[in-house]
Design a binder for this molecule. Structure first.
Ligand code: ATP
Ligand code: ATP
Ligand code: MG
Ligand code: MG
Lengths: 268, 268
């Protein structure tokens, strides 16, 4: 079956949808058949981005690789919670059947806790968690005593991942390869970056994930949203020296993430 | 009663909790009695920040102004949705009674749609919506046709605000002063910043909010989270020239936001 990559982080705005889109396009460019599931139907950022891509291609008569897209909403009209959960399981299961012949399926999850998001997490061969370089974001992974430089306990999101890892193991699934990816890294900010990096390395051992260097804060990661394009769709040369520098660095960052995901599945 | 400031944006990671903390400390420094309500109990970023502040003050034997803090969780154990909603209304109402003698109450809401978050919105005299400088974030305010440069329709979050404005009006409340505040503004990024700015100005007329210049992307807005401090607690001089520049600019940004909020209540 497909290699399933889930973008997960209960912390909002960490970069799940942005990373999902760039992984999808990178995998398409590498020649793979790619499926995509948006579990955040209310906001629908990934669905919108892919729809924008399709529209841009049509309006400009272009051939642009597109993923096979599925959008799954929370079950809102069910009479009981058990009914709602069954509807969500069935919808997700049907989507996975539709996408069964894809080499990769990328699943984007909402920045909030829900049964549907948890279901999505159990499907992960690789879980990619983007993270702002910030103590606020770390707070959802672990409670930390900064004076004592000690990790006190796991926090809501790592607890959720732990529970879904258990659920997956009990259903006979192989272990989830969990990658925490630093995102929106500033080019300044030496001390905070170093402090967050150290804490992440400590957490990685405690909570069983590995850290990927991730993406810098770059306008190119967000300014092409209206066209549904990514930097990977642009000509290598970019437009002018500075643009080219950030453009090439961004390309390297996406490649490095893809390679990190690949290493996980080789090791597995 | 108190002047209620709600931080609202269904888009995650737009800066609600960060802005809430800085408004709270700015108002305390101005000599006001300030109440704070955290409606995002699961993540609890604001509650944690205030708890960190209290701990830091105790450990260092310091006098530090603190808000009167209330944290309200979603009702999870209720038998029916009607029960859950009544529990939430009662809890919020009780918190507002407790804080009745405060000059200001600052309410932080989650980055997701819920009955509790909507209730919080109806209490707003001023609604402050921080927004990343990004088409992705704008997408939750309005569907936009970028080719035609046209606003197609309001999107999920502005629809939600519209409904809560109606609910408040029907309950006899005064109009909500809605301020959309740009956040994490990059010092580079001229074109994207300009494009987003133009769209915001168009949206402001259509959706009835005003735009505040907001905060730049500055490490000082997040690196003091472990101590529960803000830049407003630090000595004016900062630590070194570059630190001082960003420090002073950040101070100005917080002051400008406070003044913008004040203008709204004068006009009202
Ligand atoms: N590396 C980056 N460089 C620049 N901007 C970025 C980067 N990553 C994300 N962004 C911007 O940060 C904001 C949050 O990103 P995104 O919407 O992808 O996060 P998310 O985790 O999917 O959020 P949510 O929890 O709301 O679903 C968006 O405005 C996006 O354009
Ligand atoms: N002006 C700023 N400069 C630098 N970092 C910022 C700024 N504003 C917010 N941040 C950082 O951006 C991230 C999101 O901010 P914050 O948690 O306050 O947003 P939020 O809207 O409350 O998110 P959620 O929807 O998850 O509650 C955090 O890592 C925070 O430290
Ligand atoms: Mg998203
Ligand atoms: Mg918050």
């Amino acid at each position: 079956g497909p290699h399933v990559i889930v973008l997960g982080n209960e912390k909002g705005g960490s970069g799940k949808s942005t990373t999902a889109m760039h992984l999808i396009v990178a995998l398409l460019k590498a020649g793979h058949q790619v499926g995509a599931i948006d579990l955040d139907a209310r906001q629908g950022t990934l669905s919108r981005q892919v729809e924008n891509r399709r529209t841009f291609a049509q309006r400009n008569d272009l051939r642009l690789d597109l993923p096979e897209m599925r959008t799954i909403d929370r079950a809102r009209d069910a009479d009981t919670r058990a009914d709602a959960e069954r509807q969500e399981r069935d919808a997700l299961s049907a989507a996975m059947d539709d996408l069964g012949s894809c080499a990769f399926v990328v699943i984007d999850t909402p920045g909030s806790d829900s049964h549907l998001s948890r279901l999505g997490h159990t499907l992960a061969d690789t879980l990619v968690t983007p993270l702002n370089d910030s103590f606020l974001d770390l707070d959802l992974l672990a409670r930390i005593d900064h004076d004592a430089k000690k990790i006190l306990s796991p926090s809501v999101y790592s607890q959720m991942v732990w529970e879904q890892r258990q659920a997956r193991a009990q259903a006979g699934g192989r272990p989830i390869d969990w990658i925490v990816m630093r995102n929106r890294l500033s080019h300044l900010d030496a001390r905070n970056k170093r402090d967050v990096g150290r804490l992440l390395d400590q957490l990685a051992k405690r909570i069983s994930f590995r850290v990927a260097p991730g993406f810098g804060e770059r306008v190119i990661f967000r300014e092409l949203f209206p066209k549904g394009l990514t930097l990977l769709d642009l000509r290598e040369s970019g437009t002018g020296v500075n643009m080219t520098m950030s453009h090439m660095a961004a390309r390297q960052e996406v490649r490095a993430l893809l390679s990190e995901i690949g290493h996980g599945s080789e090791a597995a």
